[in-house]
Ligand binder design. Structure first.
Ligand SMILES: Cc1ncc(COP(=O)(O)O)c(C=O)c1O
Length: 305
């Protein structure tokens, strides 16, 4: 049975339910304070093999558990429990298409923002074509947002928690209001950090450059994949701080993340990059990325069926 997004099965607190029956108490800290940690786990359908592959599943769970640990959440689930829940709910929905699986640990009950628990979990597979429009564009016109990226001493970007996305929201809303597709944040030191839901790379003189993880950047799995794929194809990669004006004169740029994969940046603050066309290196990396996600031949691919 193919289930539509608003009427599909979700794994919720140990049961597989229709999403409309998965209810959270309005006073729960997750509802009041965004007290949850989550992953968006991409799964790719390989039509030849009639198989769905979760991409870098172990790395997603490692990050999820790290986020929970940093927030001192009392997580009752192991990596094996989380993996089983994901597989069970995808199979229940009988999906044979690309997915983004939202796997969230949330603070339930009647506590407050300081509560350690009770922690529970939901796992919600979402067909990829139905994720946000900014993720489905062929290229992006970006601005540098006037909002500063959160930093490790306020709200650490290393923690993938719901509340962090309020900062992303401010930048994204400003970008849309002013006629851009999305934004790039600068950090407290005024250096380039990342997009609202993605990491940033640029190409200058055939070298791939990305900000270091200490420049207010999420420890992105796609960022790591891009670095590894670039190494495989013999590219030089540098992790270093990037100045704002470097964005305006780079040869190519792209944002990357599990949801947007590798999406070219065609302009920043109306400074056109690569004549507004998708760059050769961006294209080559995206091709490598698609093979790595869907082939089923890599240690990164976990079969679901
Ligand atoms: C702020 C931010 N940066 C980067 C990323 C990309 O991370 P990943 O590649 O692990 O999806 C995301 C996506 O979740 C994000 O929200």
């Amino acid at each position: 049975m193919k289930t539509d997004v608003s009427n599909r099965f979700i794994w919720f607190k140990g049961e597989i339910l229709n999403v409309n029956d998965a209810k959270i108490n309005v006073l729960a800290p997750t509802a009041q304070f965004g007290l949850n940690v989550f992953e968006g786990i991409p799964c790719y359908w390989n039509d030849e093999k009639k198989q769905l592959y979760a991409f870098r599943l172990h790395d997603h769970y490692e990050r999820l558990l790290k986020s929970a640990r940093l927030l001192q959440l009392d997580c009752p689930y192991t990596e094996e429990d989380m993996k089983k829940a994901l597989i069970d709910v995808v199979i229940a929905n009988e999906y044979s298409e690309n997915l983004s699986v939202r796997q969230t640990l949330f603070v339930d009950g009647f506590g407050s923002w300081g509560s350690e628990g009770p922690v529970d979990m939901f796992v919600a597979p979402i067909p990829k074509g139905k994720t946000g429009s900014e993720y489905n564009k062929k290229g992006l016109n970006c601005c540098v947002t006037s909002w500063t990226r959160i930093n490790d001493n306020s709200l650490s970007p290393r923690i993938k928690c719901g509340a962090n996305y309020i900062n992303s929201r401010m930048g994204q809303r400003e970008a849309i209001r002013n006629g851009y597709d999305t934004c790039i944040f600068l950090n407290e030191a005024g250096k380039v950090s990342e997009g609202p839901g993605s990491c940033f790379f640029m190409v200058k003189n055939d070298v791939l450059v990305t900000p270091p993880l200490t420049d207010s950047v999420l420890e992105s799995i796609t960022r790591d994949t891009v670095i590894k794929l670039a190494e495989r194809i013999g590219m030089k990669i540098i992790e270093r701080s990037i100045n704002r004006t470097e964005l305006y004169v780079c040869d190519e740029a792209f944002l990357c993340g599990s949801a947007m994969e590798i999406t070219p940046v065609l302009s920043v603050d109306r400074y056109v990059i690569n004549r507004g066309e998708v760059g050769r290196i961006t294209n080559a990396l995206h091709k490598e990325y698609l093979v790595a996600t869907v082939s089923g031949t890599q240690e990164w691919n976990t079969p679901i069926y």
